[in-house]
Design a binder for this molecule. Sequence first.
Ligand code: NAD
Ligand code: TYD
Length: 349
Amino acid sequence: MKKILITGGAGFIGSHVVRRFVNQYPNYHIYNLDALTYAGNLENLRDIEDATNYTFVKGDITDAVFLDDLLAENDFYGVIHLAAESHVDRSISDPLAFVVTNVIGTVNLLNAARKAWKDDLADHLFYHVSTDEVYGELHDPNEFFLETTSYDPRSPYSASKASSDHFVRAYHNTYKMPVVISNCSNNYGPNHFPEKLIPLMIHNIMQKKPLPVYGKGENVRDWLYVEDHARAIDTIFHDGQVGETYNIGGHNEWKNLDLVLLLCKIMDEKLGREAGSAESLITYVTDRAGHDLRYAIDATRLKTELGWEPSLQFEEGLTKTVDWYLNNQAWLDNVTSGNYKKYYEEMYG
Ligand code: NAD
Ligand code: TYD
């Protein structure tokens, strides 16, 4: 049995990746390493927690000694690295936390892998999961991010992810670490923490709270259903070329305001409320500092070389997502109590 280490597997995307690997590959033993920060939640993995090919390890990637021991004691074939601080607004209020986890944590993991794999380095794989935000923002509607687009990170979050990507490439060049990197657009779907746009709006519509749209709602994001991202990671982990980068995206651009209006329409119908009820909750609030205007991925490489394409249309994915939140109110209540409540009140009053 091949042992695979997935970091950040209790978070939003990581939990979908862990589930996919545990269910699809009985010949792998999946180790999920997660510090269980505010964003990590073992509830996300209840359905697979007793699987014989799954083990949860509580631990912090900022702890180099812990990582060295873990990788020395287990003969992991590969690492899929997702653990990170992931929210732009939090990076604006506390940039250093992003440097510590995203940059130092990644370098710790690279060092631990280098030490543990020193005798047969080429027989392993270090997969680093990153974001399209490292490329900066687009203005020309005909332009898209390519794998060759220069890095131009503009938020503390994207600067920390760009830095971690550079370290991963530097370890490939300097130490011949077998690496692969993917840069994905905005994800949505079940288990998304309600500080990000889509789950925050779903939560607030349910609770009849204001829907805070930053600025005029004209910023554009390219949305991908989270299970499609997990499938892309699976494809790249198995068939990607070592040393290469793959962009992953939904070809699904939405202005924030248009997205919120669509969500309002779906939710009014689902909740049996009068048309226009949710829309009346929209509140324009002060724009995010340094707010990137538009992200849009060109995922041609992944399609032509590895045959991956998104599977879900946006309305279908959004409806599935809304259904999941309506059927999992206990999950929402749980993650919106305690510390998150304090954060929410500070952010939105
Ligand atoms: P998330 O915030 O939902 O989850 C992050 C997970 O990492 C949590 O389970 C948390 O407990 C864990 N973690 C945080 N710090 C840790 C530490 N020091 N040690 C161990 N575990 C720690 O994030 P997400 O949205 O699922 O994103 C996962 C990865 O995918 C990140 O690397 C992110 O940059 C990248 N990404 C996210 C998106 C998106 O739209 N959410 C898009 C592209 C790429
Ligand atoms: P977010 O989900 O935080 O992802 P990212 O900033 O990484 O793209 O935000 C998506 C878009 O929605 C972004 O343009 C900021 C905007 N936004 C709002 O308008 N209101 C909100 O309450 C949040 C959280 C985001």
